[in-house]
Design a protein around this ligand. Sequence first.
Ligand code: IPM
Ligand code: MG
Length: 356
Amino acid sequence: MKLAILPGDGIGPEIVAQAVKVLKALNLNMTMTEAPIGGAGYEASGDPLPDATLQLALDSDAVLLGAVGDWKYDKLERHLRPERGLLRIRKALNLFANLRPALLYPELAGASTLKPEVVSGLDIMIVRELTGDIYFGQPRGISTLPNGEREGINTMRYCESEIRRIGRVAFDIAMKRRQPGQKAKVCSVDKANVLETTELWRQVMIELSAEYPEVELSHMYVDNAAMQLIRAPKQFDVMVTGNIFGDILSDEASMLTGSIGMLPSASLDENNKGMYEPSHGSAPDIAGKNIANPLATILSAAMMLRYTFNDESNALRIENAVKKALAQGYRTADIATDGCKQVGCSEMGDAVVAAL
Ligand code: IPM
Ligand code: MG
């Protein structure tokens, strides 16, 4: 098993170090090679996605990524900014399927801003399309109109095959997640009342659902979905949506669970090769202080074992170790409550290793 380790910027290096520690403790037959991306890539070779980093990722079975971005790069030309490195590697590896589970650990029910009864038992899987939509559509850019006024353009665009392949991922996951005695459910989120792109999205989802009679497909407009996620989040099981809506809804869903510091993600291609990263960002304001929450990255490593390496038992071992560390009262600052054992980033990594 070949693993590319891309720590990135901000808190990226410290949180990735904890996930590496956990993986090493499992004694798997895995080689790990590190390379820079984002601002670190720009510092190393003037490119947020250096050629050598992309090559390493292409040659590896999976990629473990920390986070990219730092306000100090905000003044760079757009193509040199850290975020471009992330978008380019997603596209280059064809990682069209982004899985963002929002799972509430019972120990953290009090950390959510919502009432415990609204979020307890929450277990949602957001399936976000990751290589299309307004993020990549052409034309794009900022230009000057004949009257001298500037105009910004981005293009929302999806073709049928892109919609169908992400739809399949969502339907397949819904079938796997189905609990005995319950129906598999997919809620497709769109804005079909206004945007033709997502009118097509809805049509293709309906066509595809004919192949999945066991799955109950519903549709929701994105504005309503944003509201329903706060009002009654437990109505959802699998949500499938496009790149921009998924970006927004997954941040929203993460806070239902208490902290965005808890949410892992997997980005997969057609062959389950994947890149695994926390759903949160690089948090430059707390970087280097050993206070970041490494659990989202550690849980991303568990997703990696599950989805790319088909190693369910070690994935569960990591997830159970995280639960155990939480049950033992260990908390980083973002999820700290009265009476807990507040620890730093590396101590939290140690607590998970000890719980393995
Ligand atoms: C995410 C992030 C990225 C995105 C940024 C950093 C480009 O917000 O992974 O959700 O918008 O996809
Ligand atoms: Mg985002």
